[in-house]
Write a protein that binds this ligand. Sequence first.
Ligand code: HSE
Length: 318
Amino acid sequence: MVTERHARFVASTPGSIGNLGPGLDVVGCAIAGLRDEVVAEWWDAPGVTVLDPGHADLPRAATRHAAAIASAAVSFAAGRHGVVAPAPGIALTVRKGLPLSGGQGGSAASAVAGAVATNALYGDVLDVNAVLECCLVAEAKVAARHLDNIAPALFGGITLIRCIDPIDIIRLPVPAKLRIILVHPAQRLSTSMARRALPKLVPLSDVTHQLAQVGAMIAACYTNDVGLLGRAIDDRIAEPARAPMIPGFMEAKRAAMAAGALGASISGAGPTAFALSDDADVAQRIARAMSEAYSVLGIECTATVTEVDVEGTTVRRL
Ligand code: HSE
């Protein structure tokens, strides 16, 4: 069932930490707070028209904007389902809440919001895995082909990407007391550049250690054990490769641990750093300590104490 010609939908999507520590490309969590929103409506021009890209530094070209690429993929998939649209094209208006190239899943959030709002126009003809596939098309084009931001952004919570081909997502329980400190330094780091820093070959001992940490993270979620989750944030693959690209990160991490963090690492591809706590007051202390560490180095930053977003993407008709 396709909605009528004048229908408009807005989807709202949270940011995410993906990967969460050692879960490179396989564990991510949605973050409460900043969101990207995309309004989708039918349009007389064919294809996808970006009415507002959401930020002066984001492209208006539909082939380069994550929301528009995902929206076009949804239209294509809906067409394969035999759906006949009531207008030649779709227009998108993006409201960008998440930072650009910040390591908080901004491109994934735009892709998910674009896909979900467009799917709503098509009467939700696509199931969640088909929506995820459409978001992956966008993420592969603007960043890299991974689901550890897209899946938590869509579902909320903490997700394990068991397999990307075919998609198999496992939604994990969220430890009740988990507090997340996010510190975003005034730096942009593109995912593609941060991925180029990743090693092509990894010593077997690092692989086995990383596997053990991911296993421990899953166990921590099911046993409601924030301490174990924190200990498991011990990434020996991405963090050592990327830390040199993020001035102040190592100092901020040391400050977080000294202030009582249970674990700390780079959020996704960076430059945002995150730390974990099970106590709201300690979390505030950690946020202050991390900010101070950046400040001493003359690096401006924004620190936030937040938690896992369990709502995921919402969509409503305007
Ligand atoms: N898992 C990806 C990475 C996320 O770390 O490269 C990038 O947004």
